[in-house]
Design a protein around this ligand. Sequence first.
Ligand code: SF4
Length: 321
Amino acid sequence: MAIHHQPDPAARAAVASPRPSAAPPTSQTSRTPDPRALVDPVPEGPRPPALSPSRAADFKQCPLLYRYRAIDRFPETPTTAQVKGTVVHSALENLFDMPAHLRTPDSAEILVDAAWEAICQREPAMRALVPDDQVEPFLAEAHRLIDRYYEMENPTAFDAESCELRVEVDIADDVTLRGFVDRIDVAPTGEVRVVDYKTGRSPSELFEARALFQMKFYALAILRLRGVVPHRLQLMYLADGQQLRYTPERDELERFAGTLIAIWRAIREAGATGDFQPKRSRLCQWCDHKDKCPEFGGIIPEYPGWPGAPGDDTAADYLAS
Ligand code: SF4
């Protein structure tokens, strides 16, 4: 495994694949792709329990936090930074829907404003987070993030194979991984690159482990879905122009599968009894549930029982990613 944390000018010559003709690089594998390999859009009807990167990280951080988010689903107040992240993600997704030669900075600026308008119409609660006199600086900051994106790569030079792709794969009989990948690029040589945009700054040591966990999660999902180890996983931090790049190895990912299976079984065990213990850490300062946490003098509400689909990715997951 190699992980790099630095600007990546070489990314401008990124791996490329025309979107319409892009196909999974099956030539590199003898495996038959799982027919459930790439599930997009979200299917209707009940979804089986699954593990997402956000919820797996929650359980590792604090089992009680996992319960509150995945089982009780107590609401959390989004921050303006999260709303800004949603706007920028949406703009970048829509950017790659355009023909390559039209993916200019001017187009992206228009897409930012359009994404904000769309969110305001769809989610009035998010609109309410940004006071009228703050909309202009809010959008100016979103535009700055897009400007930084253009300093990091040139989207007119390549096509994405897919954007905002929902992935779902079984890694064991009772363990399903589910998540959303911001972007997948496939080179003419078949090399796969998985890209995740972050609208914050590159992580301190405290958060780097969480970022690495997420990257391994998606690398494993791609390995199991397509039978190939992604050539690169790349987190692009638009606030400071840094990139966290990870080159996974097959053995390492197979070992990581064992870790995820163990996490899921621990979740199911806790889910059977309702015994989700609080685990205090420096990360508690960002927890929305201190009023229900014994570590902060709160009382844990009655356990509602194991739901139909704990661990599903929700809008809150998307905002948190
Ligand atoms: S405050 Fe800390 S210990 Fe309590 S639920 Fe939140 S993350 Fe867990």
